[in-house]
Design a protein around this ligand. Structure first.
Ligand code: E4P
Length: 225
C-alpha cells in the first residue's frame, strides 16, 4: 500500500518525506486555503514546490471548475505544471465526462468526493487512475467508511478495474491499518495519523529498559579497563 500525505503544508510534507515512506501528496482547495496561498501564480508555484519536494511521487491537485470545458481547461494547465501532477476531479456528471476526456488524452486523474460503490464504478469506467472514497466523512455521518473500501476493492477485483483505491479523509492510525486490511491501494493521511503508527507504549517501556541496561553494561566495560 502506498502512503500519501493529505496536506499542502510544506514542513509536514518534508517531515513525512524524511521518514522515507512517502509516496505522494494529495491537496484540495481547503488545504491550500489553510496555508494562506492566494492567486493563480502563487498556487501553481506551490504545487511545483510540492512536486519537487516529493521527487517522483504523485501529487493530486484539484480543479475548481464544475463544467466540462472549464474542468478540461483547468486540468490541462495543472497537468502542465509538472509530470507528477494528478488532476483531481469531483464526482459530478461533467466530472465523469472530464475523467474520460483526460484518460483518452493521457492526463492522469483522481476522482474525488466519492461516497458510494456506484460512484466508484463510474469513476473506474471513466478511466480514473485513482478513486478517493472519503472514509472519515462517511464515519462522521454514522456509516462505515472502511466497509466502503472493502466493497470497492471487492468490485474492482471481480471486474478487473485498474483504478487504484485511494482511501481519503483518514482520521487516525487505526483507519490506516483498517484500510490496508480492506484492500486500499493508497492511504492519504494527515501527518499525525502517519506518526500515530509509530506509537506503542510497550515499545517505549522496552526501549527505556534496554537503554538502562545498556548503561550498566557500559559501566562494567569502563570498570574492566
Ligand atoms: C482527499 O484527497 C481529501 O483531500 C481529504 O482526504 C479530505 O479529508 P477531510 O475529510 O479530513 O477534509
Amino acid at each position: 500500500m502506498k502512503f500519501f500525505i493529505d496536506t499542502a503544508n510544506l514542513a509536514q510534507i518534508k517531515e513525512a518525506h524524511d521518514l522515507g515512506i512517502l509516496d505522494g501528496v494529495t491537496t484540495n482547495p481547503s488545504l491550500m486555503a489553510k496555508e494562506g496561498i492566494r492567486g493563480e501564480e502563487a498556487i501553481n508555484q506551490h504545487y511545483l514546490t510540492i512536486c519537487e519536494l516529493v521527487d517522483g511521487g504523485d501529487v493530486s491537485v484539484e480543479v475548481i471548475s464544475t463544467d466540462l470545458a472549464g474542468i478540461i481547461e483547468e486540468g490541462k494547465k495543472l497537468a502542465a505544471i509538472h509530470p507528477n501532477i494528478v488532476v483531481k476531479v469531483p464526482m459530478i456528471k461533467d466530472g465523469v465526462k472530464a475523467l474520460k476526456w483526460f484518460s483518452d488524452n493521457g492526463i492522469r486523474t483522481n476522482c474525488t468526493l466519492v461516497f458510494s460503490a456506484g460512484q466508484a464504478i463510474l469513476a473506474a469506467k471513466a478511466g480514473a487512475n485513482y478513486v478517493s472514497p472519503f472514509i472519515g466523512r462517511i464515519d462522521d455521518s454514522n456509516w462505515d467508511g472502511v466497509q466502503l473500501i472493502e466493497q470497492i476493492s471487492h468490485i474492482y477485483n471481480l471486474q478487473g478495474f485498474k483504478t487504484e483505491i485511494l482511501a481519503a479523509s483518514i482520521r487516525s492510525a487505526l483507519h490506516i491499518v483498517k484500510c490496508a486490511e480492506a484492500g486500499a491501494d493508497v492511504c492519504t493521511c494527515p501527518l499525525e495519523s502517519i506518526l500515530g503508527l509509530l506509537k506503542h507504549p510497550l515499545t517505549d517501556i522496552g526501549l527505556a529498559k534496554f537503554l538502562d541496561d545498556a548503561k550498566k553494561m557500559k559501566e562494567v566495560m569502563v570498570g574492566a579497563k
